[in-house]
Design a protein around this ligand. Structure first.
Ligand code: HEM
Length: 397
């Protein structure tokens, strides 16, 4: 059998998602896998897959057994383990507090209003191109402190960071790795330039804050500051785009929810949590076993890859009542859409805020939001991202 490179499993979808329909809504397939083979080894992708809620939680809360470190230089907190992870995260937390994020609300509202204004009188818009993509890119660009003129470059770079292979051939995989390598080099050069400027002349932005952050005499190195900026693009842009789009997709698929949220706007916050459970933008999270581990009757060997299927765990009836129903005020809702444990999403407050502002604004200005009829949805080509490429909507004025 052909030996696949170790990172391969991150880039190719599971074989069980055969049809277009299944890739547009993989949850039935996930449920079958969870019920029949809750922990299984996939020969094709050379990794373990974990589908049940408790098993996924066990993997994510045990970094001693399941490492986040991959085989490249680890300067990003996402791919480091304790104790280094805590040091990086604590330093960054100083600049990324929920309070600092909440202060962005008026600006996020302003950008949202500007982006939808040209379309309001038309009664239709391309949700992703016109709003769900530019909004997080602009917000992160402004937060980090990069010039508005570089936004398009930003978007292109962040797209490549999360891109999956065009098919599951070895050639497609190698091409993708090359493209990602070039992309990384460009990003490094770009952010190093901005960082050097801020070192000489600090501004009121995240890069300047990161350069100044200090705990017990420890500071971030230049590589770590640059690495963190790149991580924000990789982790924050497409995920937020998909959260917004997946939320609107649910509103369009279940129109009665629109009326419910208009009548109960206080439920928008919990409806966003339910979106993260029901249509999570990230459906799978990768780890590597550090030692031989028993999990739900299976023996995982040290060094083997383990993929935790949040998309399956989030609909496990052992944890959620009526898991296949979207319940806008579901309580409790211990979904793992933002992960679990020490790597729990740092940007969760920002993503929640952007989604909240967008849903409020759309529901306020648009009646009966619908996917433009006849649209053939296309799934995003990625093993771990759940979303669609285009989402044209029409609405009543
Ligand atoms: C970590 C999802 C938005 C920054 C994570 C993890 C998930 C996730 C599942 C855990 C990964 C793991 O355990 O390996 C999401 C989703 C988002 C979103 C679904 C949008 C809806 C954002 C935003 C930012 C961000 C807006 C920043 C601006 C991060 C960072 C980490 C992370 C820095 C790494 C934390 C650590 O390793 O300690 N995210 N994310 N994310 N996310 Fe998010």
């Amino acid at each position: 059998m052909k030996q696949a490179p170790r990172k391969y499993a991150n880039y190719i979808p599971i074989r069980e998602l055969e049809t277009l329909e299944e890739r547009l809504s993989p949850f039935k397939v996930y449920a079958e896998l969870r019920d029949n083979t809750p922990v299984r080894y996939d020969e094709h992708r050379e990794c373990w897959d974990v589908f049940g809620y408790e098993d996924v939680k066990y993997v994510l809360k045990n970094p001693k057994l399941f490492s986040s470190a991959r085989d490249r230089a680890n300067t990003s907190m996402l791919t480091t383990d304790p104790p280094k992870h805590k040091q990086l995260r604590d330093l960054v937390n100083q600049a990324f507090t929920p309070k600092a994020i909440e202060a962005l609300a008026p600006r996020i509202q302003e950008i949202t209003d500007e982006l939808i204004a040209p379309h309001l009188s038309e009664g239709h818009m391309e949700l992703i191109d016109d709003l769900a993509t530019p909004l997080p890119v602009i917000v992160i660009a402004e937060l980090i402190g990069v010039p508005a003129a570089d936004r398009q470059k930003f978007k292109d770079w962040s797209d490549v960071l999360v891109k999956g292979a065009r098919d599951d051939s070895e050639q497609a995989f190698q091409e993708l790795l090359e493209e990602k390598k070039r992309n990384m080099q460009e990003l490094h050069i770009y952010f190093t330039g901005i960082m050097e400027e801020r070192r000489l002349q600090p501004k009121d932005d995240l890069i300047s804050l990161l350069l100044a952050a200090e705990i017990d005499g420890q500071q971030l190195t230049s590589d770590e500051v640059v690495g963190f900026c790149i991580l924000l693009l990789a982790a924050g842009n497409e995920t937020t785009t998909n959260l917004i789009t997946n939320a609107v997709r649910i509103l369009s698929e279940q129109p009665e929810l629109q009326q419910e949220l208009r009548e109960h706007p206080e439920r928008i916050t919990s409806a966003i949590e339910e979106t993260l459970r029901y249509y999570p933008p990230i459906v799978a999270i990768g780890r590597v076993a550090k030692e031989t581990v028993e999990l739900n009757g299976q023996t995982i060997q040290a060094g083997e890859q383990v993929i935790s299927w949040v998309g399956a765990a989030n609909r496990d009836s052992a944890q959620f009542e009526n898991p296949e129903d979207f319940i806008s005020d579901r309580k409790p809702n211990r979904h793992m859409g933002f992960g679990f444990g020490i790597h729990f999403c740092l940007g969760a407050p920002l993503a929640r805020l952007e989604a909240r502002v967008v849903l409020h604004t759309l529901l306020q200005h648009m009646g009966n939001i619908q996917l433009v009829s006849g649209t053939a949805l296309q799934p995003i080509q990625s093993a771990f991202v759940f979303g669609v490429k285009h989402y044209p909507i029409e609405f009543n004025l």
